[in-house]
Write a protein that binds this ligand. Structure first.
Ligand SMILES: Cc1cc2nc3c(=O)[nH]c(=O)nc-3n(C[C@H](O)[C@H](O)[C@H](O)COP(=O)(O)O)c2cc1C
Length: 396
């Protein structure tokens, strides 16, 4: 592997994000009790709890039509902006589909959000898998790998308009001529522009992320599975000379995981069994059929959900595969084992968001930091916690 996984990275603390529950039904497609609301008031309080619990980011979902039991949805960019306005330090990542937006309109929207939030706006570019959402809107549904051709152009337009004056780009999907967006995004030290996250698992997704994204986000994976993804992204990044002077900085890696922290491992495993036993079978099956448009439709058959079992799909971003299930100590150890292979950020989901985000900050995060400090020391480094949010005493 290249310099991306060098020892120096071990001095950088892991970052934590949570899924914004801006769609109904919680994060698992199950009738098990989920004390999670999808309305704004619930989410506003959750965001405030999260930023006081050591979380640096929140990620919204973009969904226009019902799927996986989420029959009501709040729009991602407006919801993200409202959460930014309701918080002080949290960075909010708005999910967007290139096929639904013109990149210039989105670039302008995010600049305004960035000014309102003093430099905390970010995007997650998702290429899409729910065919009906596009077709029933009368939009073209591109074939799988072609979606990534458009996505790559889209990201280049965003970055160009955020960093250059009189920007021009001509391509297959977008033609921009001598465009200057005023104002520019907020000037934040260490950040070239609002961060560009990117979600996808297929070969085309990894290659695109490697070439143009700041952050590569993956569905839940075991250690071996995520090593493969990292290798795919790093290989594409290497071809573009990223991470070398004057070029785009090296890509960073975020991984989804569903957290079930309980006093004993037995209790945590029992909760997982209950989630799966109470799965909403028709909704999971319907989701399984719809996601055939994702990686499974490609030549090599690799990609998101391509190798997921029924049980995996009950958490619709494969969050059980990461195995953040057990006591706080076990979960912290598991998290740090992923850091060793190159993960920079964990994207987390829960049954009872407000309560469990607060508990994560109080019970798990301190152990993670201790383990990270040990790991750094063993490699002759010191964990640099300056600039990292710390958990405060919060009441859920
Ligand atoms: C962390 C993460 C978040 C995602 N969020 C969304 C979303 O909000 N809406 C959506 O339609 N797809 C979302 N996706 C799915 C991707 O857009 C893409 O369709 C999916 O990864 C399948 O890609 P693949 O077939 O290239 O693996 C997300 C993916 C990841 C990993």
């Amino acid at each position: 592997m290249t310099e991306i996984s060098t020892v120096a990275r071990l001095a950088e603390p892991l970052k934590f994000a949570y899924w914004v529950p801006n769609v109904s039904g919680g994060l698992v497609v199950s009738t098990i009790e989920q004390r999670t609301g999808w309305d704004f008031d619930y989410n506003k309080k959750l965001a405030q709890i999260a930023e006081n619990s050591g979380f640096e980011y929140a990620l919204t979902q973009t969904r226009y039509a019902a799927s996986y039991g989420a029959d009501k949805q709040h729009e991602a960019t407006s919801f993200s902006l409202a959460l930014l306005a309701a918080t002080e330090r949290l960075k909010v990542i708005a999910a967007v589909h290139p096929g639904m937006w013109h990149p210039g309109v989105l670039a302008k929207f995010i600049i305004t959000a960035d000014h309102i939030s003093n430099g905390r706006a970010a995007v997650n570019i998702v290429s899409g898998w729910l065919k009906a959402e596009f077709e029933n809107f009368g939009l073209e549904w591109l074939e799988h790998d072609e979606r990534y051709v458009r996505t790559e152009e889209f990201i280049k337009v965003l970055r160009g308009l955020w960093t250059e004056q009189e920007y021009s780009q001509s391509g297959k999907y977008y033609n921009i001529t001598d465009f200057t967006l005023n104002p520019a995004p907020v000037d934040v030290p260490g950040r070239a522009h609002p961060e560009i996250f990117f979600g996808g698992n297929s070969t085309a997704a990894q290659a695109t992320a490697g070439r143009v994204a700041d952050w590569y986000f993956s569905n839940g994976k075991d250690l071996e599975g995520f090593k493969e993804n990292i290798a795919g992204v790093v290989a594409a990044a290497g071809e573009t000379q990223r991470g070398t002077e004057g070029a785009l900085s090296a890509p960073k890696f975020g991984l989804n995981g569903f957290v079930i922290a309980r006093d004993s491992e037995k209790e945590a495993r029992e909760t997982l069994r209950e989630i799966v036993a109470k799965a909403h079978k028709p909704a999971v099956q319907g989701f399984r059929d719809a996601v055939q448009e994702a990686g499974a439709s490609t030549k090599d058959g690799k990609g998101m959900w391509a190798d997921s079992s029924f049980e995996d799909l009950v958490q619709y971003n494969d969050g059980f595969k990461t195995q953040l299930i057990g006591t706080p100590e076990q979960i912290a150890e598991r998290i740090v084992s992923y850091k060793k292979i190159g993960v920079n950020l964990f994207l987390t989901g829960y049954l009872h968001f407000q309560e469990e985000v607060a508990a994560f900050g109080q019970d798990i995060l301190p152990i993670v930091r201790e383990l990270e400090a040990d790991l750094a020391r063993k490699n002759g480094l010191e964990l640099d916690l300056s600039g990292t949010p710390v958990a405060q005493q919060v009441a859920a």
